[in-house]
Design a protein around this ligand. Structure first.
Ligand code: SAH
Length: 357
């Protein structure tokens, strides 16, 4: 039986659980505060609960189900955590310090069912969906390691659902985790601080458009036409570009005038990075009247992926063409490449070359 994971419980869920166990409902809020605000990792630490109740809780449920197996520290300060679930599935989380804020990149699945040819995670296949509790726990583990258990993060925390897995194939647990993390009595990371990236599950993009308290959206595009996208991202055969961009338009229509969503475009040398392809991409987005911006991500190479990153000059030329056609484009700086923590490098590997902490 999988453990009952309290990190995946809302305050209301916990209050119900307390009452089921014959305790007053306010105990639920106490447990919630301990797990989500004080970020404790064991029942013994919740000393404001009666000892006997803690023992009964521990029989029924667990607070910490993820175990850190190894962690790696990049020369640029990025940290990668390789964890295991209770049933021994790998989960990876990346902590990226930036000048004014921190970003935590979490995984939504163990492995991934999509077969993007430029991404190492694809090689694991789908092991399983992560639960809401396992998603929330990743953030708790990373914050505790970076600042100490229960220490209030000194800077703002942004979350990106850009780790292993396809978040929109685990939509309900993802949205539940985002709801739990937004609670002001807990982690208090509001949806406006969260960006979720999808390879293009069109129906879920439309669904997200109807949800009032929702995270920001990023869509991995990486090709300007169906022929190439079918090859690089086979999910495109199910939801081809026209269908995907129609869903994107529906999403854009639900945004406020000053809000934008993002396209991600992995720059693969000699594959999708020509000037002609930049023009095609700009025309495609303009034809759908999308005002989204494009993040260009230089490919992070990893054995045995058959690609090389585009040169900086190539990326810059591509960016300039997009801009000249009215498409806002930015180049994303790779982080944590040396410890296999960068986009597309998460495959539960150890990275012996880098410092293991
Ligand atoms: N499945 C989701 C979430 C993963 S996000 C998605 O596809 O959006 C990971 C991001 O990293 C995606 O934008 C993906 O296109 C990008 N990526 C994958 N492999 C990469 C690689 N080797 N180098 C650079 N970016 C990569």
């Amino acid at each position: 039986m999988p453990p009952v994971e309290l990190a995946g419980f809302t305050k209301a869920d916990l209050s119900e659980l307390a009452q089921e166990l014959g305790e007053p409902g306010y105990r639920g809020a106490q447990i919630f505060g301990a797990i989500q605000r004080r970020r404790v990792r064991s029942f013994e630490e919740i000393t404001d609960l009666p000892k006997e109740f803690r023992a009964r809780l521990a029989e029924r449920a667990a607070i910490a189900t993820l175990k850190i197996e190894s962690q790696y520290l990049s020369t640029d300060g990025t940290r990668r955590y390789l964890m295991k679930t209770h049933d021994n599935r790998p989960v990876e989380t990346v902590f990226i310090p930036e000048e004014h804020r921190d970003t935590i990149c979490f995984s939504s699945q163990s492995g991934c069912p999509l077969q993007c040819t430029f991404c190492l995670t694809a090689q694991l296949g789908l092991l399983r969906n992560l639960t809401a509790g396992e998603i929330v726990e990743q953030i708790i583990v990373a914050l505790n390691d970076a600042y100490g258990e229960g220490v209030k993060p000194p800077r703002g925390t942004n979350l990106v659902g850009m780790g292993a897995g396809e978040p929109f194939l685990n939509f309900d647990e993802l949205m539940k985790a985002i709801r739990i993390m937004s609670d002001p009595d807990g982690l208090h990371i509001v949806p406006n601080r969260v960006t979720v990236s999808t390879a293009g599950i069109a129906p879920r993009i439309r669904e997200l458009a109807t949800i009032p308290d929702r995270p920001h959206l990023a869509i991995s595009l990486s090709a300007p036409d169906d022929r190439l996208r079918n090859e690089l991202m086979p999910i495109n055969k199910k939801w081809p570009l026209e269908e995907l961009l129609d869903a994107c338009k529906a999403f854009e229509n639900s945004l406020k005038p000053d809000e934008r969503f993002t396209f991600e475009y992995v720059m693969l040398k000699d594959i999708n990075d020509s000037d002609e392809q930049a023009r095609q991409l700009a025309n495609l987005l303009n034809r759908h009247a999308l005002r989204a911006k494009v993040n260009l991500i230089p490919h992070n190479p990893a054995e045995p992926l058959p690609y090389q990153p585009s040169s900086l000059a190539r990326v810059e030329s591509f960016r300039r063409i997009l801009e000249s056609k009215g498409v806002h484009a930015y180049v994303r700086k790779p982080r944590g490449r040396d410890i296999l923590a960068a986009c597309g490098q998460l495959a539960a590997r150890s990275s012996p070359a880098a410092a293991t902490v």
